[in-house]
Design a protein around this ligand. Structure first.
Ligand SMILES: [Zn+2]
Length: 358
């Protein structure tokens, strides 16, 4: 098969890569579409750090940072052939999506972050039959491939335990922030405040359902609360409580992953803010617990999604509750992946780039 291979910080095109072979319970598929994720960019240049972080978090990895990897975990594919021990539930030709996990001889591995399970930047993949979801009739492969990144937003919003008294602020409108906005909108929470430096991303945020979109270069997102009836101090909160009113409370989704943003939130967030961290900041950060206690801030960290969240996002996209097309800024072929990675390194112009190998 043809595939784009990542090795030691570089991408190269391999026209004659060995096709993966489906093992027990697995299905060989042909890649139809695959999104480029921020974590692909990170993996390309910082594979060592990723593996080391995963190990410190108690994870086990089978990835050799010096080895070759076919990246790509946000995919839609077509069933080609069933391996041994499968039920052949979905006929060849069926278009499918799947959470990017596969069981190998050494346990669970991530499709697209594995030497055994090449990802969607190659023409063929091997997926676990039990995890395949058929693409509902008519949904394009490119939009179906966006189930994965949008599922990240659905999970973050589940963790946030939203209700009608919560006012959400989404910091950063890259793919992660956009997914959070879409999930909030599809579940009817709002008004949704969003902010980003990029005009293009602010425009997409609006299309996905943000009600108020701020440019942080012009107005501080931390000063927007008064217009949404959020008490600025603990005293105001308790006055409201004494009057029997349930006052509004802020929920901030940190989707920038930029160094210093979280500590800034500790300083600037109103009391009783719930902060849900979805963007990954890769550097250590100094936080002031005393400040967080005084304001009774709460903090959640969101990673990935459950398979139920993944399935419901597929339905949300197919039935139009999530306008995934708004976040699709470009479609490229396999040959253009190295260039696409380059252009994603300076964020702002793009949200999601989808690779279509055919
Ligand atoms: Zn991803």
């Amino acid at each position: 098969m043809k595939a784009v291979v990542a090795r030691r910080g570089r991408l190269f095109i391999d026209d004659h890569r060995t096709d993966p072979v489906p093992g027990v319970g697995q299905v060989l598929v042909r890649t139809l579409a695959c999104g480029i994720c921020g974590s692909d960019l990170h993996a390309l240049h910082h594979m060592h750090t990723m593996i080391e972080l995963n190990a410190r978090a108690g994870g086990k990895t089978t990835v050799d940072p010096e080895g070759e990897i076919v990246l790509g975990h946000e995919f839609c594919a077509e069933v080609l052939e069933h391996g041994p021990g499968t039920e052949s539930r979905l006929k060849p030709g069926t278009r499918v999506v799947s959470v990017p996990y596969a069981a190998g001889p050494q346990g669970m591995e991530l499709v697209g972050f594995s030497h055994r399970f090449p990802g969607g930047f190659g023409e063929r993949m091997v997926l676990t039959e039990a995890m395949l979801l058929e693409v509902p009739n008519g949904l394009s492969s490119a939009l179906a491939a966006m189930t994965e990144p949008f599922a990240v937003g659905a999970h973050a919003v589940s963790l946030a335990r939203m209700d009608e008294h919560r006012v959400p602020l989404v910091m950063g409108c890259g793919p992660v922030g956009l997914a959070v906005i879409a999930a909030l909108k599809s579940r009817g929470y709002g008004p949704i405040i969003a902010c980003d430096f990029s005009p293009e991303r602010r425009r997409i945020a609006e299309e996905l359902g943000a009600d108020v979109v701020l440019n942080p270069a012009q107005s501080s997102p931390f000063e927007c609360w008064t217009s949404f009836d959020v008490p600025a101090t603990l005293a105001e909160q308790s006055v409201a409580a004494q009057l029997g009113r349930k006052s509004k409370r802020p929920t901030i989704f940190e989707c920038t992953g930029a160094p210093g943003v979280l500590s800034q939130m500790f300083k600037m967030a109103p009391p009783l803010t719930r902060i849900v961290v979805v963007g990954t900041c890769q550097t250590p950060e100094s936080l002031e617990p005393g400040l967080a206690i005084t304001k009774q801030l709460s903090l959640e960290f969101a990673l990935a999604y459950s398979s139920d969240e993944f399935a419901s996002v597929l339905a949300d996209i197919a039935q139009g509750r999530i306008n995934a097309a708004a976040a699709l800024t470009s479609t490229v072929g396999l040959n253009e992946i190295p260039q696409a990675f380059e252009s994603l390194r300076s964020p702002g112009a793009h949200a999601k780039i989808i690779v279509e190998p055919a």
